[in-house]
Design a protein around this ligand. Sequence first.
Ligand code: SAH
Length: 398
Amino acid sequence: MENEIDVIIKSGYEKEYSDGYPLVSKESIVDVSGIDEEGLVLNLYDAKKKFIVKAYHGNQNKGFGWILSTDKEEQIDKDFFKQKIVAAIEYRKEYYDATDTTAFRVFNGEGDGVGGLTIDYFDGYYLLTWYSLGIYEFREYILEALKDVIECKGIYQKKRFDAKGKYLDAKDDFLFGVKAPEPLIVKENGVKFAIYLDDGAMVGVFLDQRDVRKNIRDTYAKGKTVLNTFSYTGAFSLFAMMGDAKKTTSVDLAKRSLPKTSEMFEINSIDATTQEIVVEDVFKYFKYAVRKKLLFDIVVLDPPSFARSKKHTFSATKDYKNLLKEAILITTKGGIIVASTNASNVSMMRFREFIKKAFQELNVRFEVLESYSLPKDFKVNPSYKEGDYLKVVFIKKL
Ligand code: SAH
């Protein structure tokens, strides 16, 4: 095939790749000069010309491509992607069958055998997210394969790859079928979410926190005051109120968070004016809360791995401990901090260290009640620990 090339990898990498590590690094390749186009299929050989695996080239963060097959003869065509999608759908059967949850992940990149691509389901609509130009080059195959396998109302896409340092932002999110209403109302464990499939990079909810939201609603919220920081569209606040919390305060820097959070409450018949929705830097809000001697029974911390605001740069690796300290100061004794991070370079062990240090430095005792990682639909490749990025810990302040 014309867009397939043979590539020699350096010694020392054969085992990793043949054992199933799915991400191809640039460093592992002897000579990258011939790999001049994303979307090329690479047949990786060791120095003795023994075939190791088949991959595609796509630049995604620090990765150079993803492994697709251990079979030298495998054709990377529509049928290839169809098989992967069929298996992925089979694995999510219980989600398709459920009636109180109508939003979930159908295809989770390397967890389902094709890194760089995710597919989410929102009540009859499918959203494809492309993480590199390389995988985007296979879009015809993938789209046709998906259409063969599923019935849907419509298909949307997001292109999350760099073009000279900027996300390609062409207005071509809608791909097929009929357009979704705006908002599209989906359900998660019986709670409604307002989804916008054609409104920028984010659609309104992060599906990976589903189990955490349910736990807050079912186990912790009743009668409590809740501070939800980095609240985005207020999904944690909404679930707290659905679990009969006393009141929620949602804090996010982005102006859009105010109307979006109000809308989330309103579509669930909660009067948004009874809730606090604050558009502000959370670090400023913490200072304000200390000054006003505000205390909350539950504080949710769900920052991005990295964020820059006017006054602050936040990086999970460097600053999470201090973020926790700010939260501890405004949590009631006996109260709960829900600490979450999606930083793939922070392991659960390291995250637990941040927690321990934060409490120790303030001389406050604590107890870890439970922890969460990705839900089942966010299938993880066991050889690729970085893909298991979500860590959520429920901590009781003693
Ligand atoms: N917890 C949310 C998702 C958070 S997404 C949920 O469950 O849906 C990260 C959010 O952090 C974004 O909405 C962004 O606007 C906000 N953000 C980033 N830096 C911030 C800061 N310094 N203060 C307040 N919000 C911030």
